[in-house]
Design a protein around this ligand. Sequence first.
Ligand code: FE
Length: 304
Amino acid sequence: MGVLRMGYVHAKVTDLEEAKQHYGSTMGLYETRSEPGRVFYKGWDEWDHHSVVLEEGGVGLAKIGYKVADAGDIEIYEKRAEQFGCTVQRMAAGENPEVSDGIRITLPSRHELELYHDMTLVGTEVGTINPDVFPRHLIGVGAPRVEHALLATDDVRLADRFFCEVLDFYATERVQTSLDDDCGYIGTWLSAGNQVHDIAFIDGPPGKLHHFAFQLKDWAEILRAGQLFAMDDVSVDIGPTQHGITRGETIYFFDPAGNRNEVFAGGYFSYPDRPTHVWTPDQLAKGIFYVQRELNDRFTTVFT
Ligand code: FE
């Protein structure tokens, strides 16, 4: 039982054709469905029908979906979220194309979170029988999968509590206002399994997106992504560099609508009984950008 992973990010974009260039040609996602005003994508190593949905009209996050292991989990999380004080709606199968029934929770951070237990399995090019290690004709970055999202909220501690108490996540890293037990949180990085994070929150305008991330294998792939961003004139926020928090290697960049993306590699193997790393505000810049130890204005002020 439990939350398995971030299944999909449903983002808004100002121009679908421009977005398709970015997510299709530069990031190398596979288009799995197209309809007027919307396009669905998955990464090469993702088995379910889609992991990115782009909708024309505006910018930012429409909603985010997390897959749970069993249909029975839905009811458990529905009750817990209601007890926590959240608005919870049932969603029917097919309301999201190729996605099962589930629930839609309005988070304390004002983001819409959907939990679902099934999505149409479309498989991958390499398949399951004697699979090659990657498909031969990947395009651009050839991102294998989406990995996590960082969202903004005006009460990080409440977001942390929701994910830990309601959805059985645990915090791998926190930036705290102090080391006191009753301190506030400036940021929290939360895991549902063994990834260093499956979702994270930082202090900022509630309901807004800071970024969503694609997983890459290693530092060499991060640099190669940066080279492709230069070739395709992708707007880069910062990187390649490394985080102190999560220890991941990274580039932040923007899609044509202005939504921030990340390519992320590394990050340590985590588990629920591993003590949480705590960062103090004076070390925030080192936590975020370990090498430069300096935050740029764009990184702390641009949300969509
Ligand atoms: Fe990230």
